[in-house]
Design a protein. Structure first.
Length: 299
């Protein structure tokens, strides 16, 4: 009897350890960077070896027929149709490059997300809807497989339709994606979305498991601790690296260290992150230096 009791205790502790590890991986020590540059032209070696564990690929969008595009934000690159009629059509070079973020030798990246706005989401959730036989559903299945994706990030800054956002997120959840948000304003919308998407769910099985809070430009005055209190979840504040687009919004590594340390000291955060890789490479900055800041605050 004592042996069986001890075995049960050890089994419980083992299960608790694995559940706790899964929760921690999703909600703490997140070191993220948004990839604005065409991934085919970005410095993959530096991105995978500079301390980041999460990359969010910006510029993915849905067309009115449910096809999925990868839009170019880099001179010399072109917009690319990546999923259509339930198949991946973006080419092997692109799928190999994206999936390599998690598979390259020595990589520290364990999560790949795509970031998109809400264009056409409301219309497509109304008709033909979120069913498994719809072009949009099948396209997201194909893209997840080809790119080895973990999550879809919502960077809605204009439409703010709760119902269609929740329906879309739950559709993605059925496919196997996690869902994340990138707010800078409109706490009421994001709180409602988070509450409805995660209704009936508990960690580590939350569908909406991360909030990347913009703390630059339009969100420059955001206080991560207040957003955490309002949303009821830890957030990942984002700062904009040194850049020549809006220099006043740029953040040096020294400033980033100060901001992240101060915010985390005030209210424990899920992690930190940057907007964006394009400016790091354009300005001749160091991925390692920016990554080391995150490693020091969110080890």
């Amino acid at each position: 009897m004592k042996y069986h009791a001890l075995a049960r205790v050890l089994l419980f502790e083992l299960l608790f350890y694995h559940v706790s590890a899964a929760i921690d991986a999703a909600t703490s020590n997140i070191r993220s960077i948004y990839l604005f540059k065409d991934v085919l032209k970005s410095n993959t070696a530096s991105l995978t070896s500079s301390g980041f564990n999460s990359v969010i690929i910006f510029g993915v969008g849905i067309l009115e027929n449910g096809d999925i595009m990868y839009y170019s934000n880099t001179p010399g690159s072109t917009d690319t149709l990546i999923a259509s009629n339930g198949a991946y059509v973006g080419g092997k070079a692109l799928s190999d490059k994206v999936s390599s973020f998690k598979t390259a030798a020595g990589t520290g990246i364990n999560r790949i997300e795509i970031s998109m706005n809400a264009q056409h989401v409301r219309e497509l959730m109304q008709s033909p809807g979120p069913g498994a036989d719809t072009p949009l559903y099948r396209n997201f299945v194909a893209l997840k497989t080809a790119w080895k994706l973990d999550a879809v990030n919502n960077d809605d800054e204009s439409i703010y339709d709760v119902s269609s956002t929740v329906t879309f997120a739950k559709m993605l959840g059925k496919i196997g994606y996690k869902y994340t948000i990138a707010p800078y304003t409109n706490t009421g919308f994001w709180t409602s979305v988070k509450t409805q998407i995660n209704s009936g769910l508990a960690e580590p099985n939350l569908l909406l498991d991360r909030a990347y809070l913009q703390c630059y430009d339009g969100g420059a005055g955001n206080d991560p601790s207040r957003w955490q209190s309002t949303l009821g979840m830890k957030v990942v504040p984002l700062v904009w690296v040194t850049n020549d687009s809006k220099p006043s919004e740029g953040t040096t590594t020294t400033q980033a260290q100060s901001k992240f340390s101060s915010w985390n000291g005030k209210s424990t955060l899920a992690g930190g992150g940057y907007w964006n890789d394009y400016d790091i490479e354009k300005m001749g900055l160091s991925y390692t230096a920016y990554g080391n800041v995150l490693k020091s605050v969110f080890p």
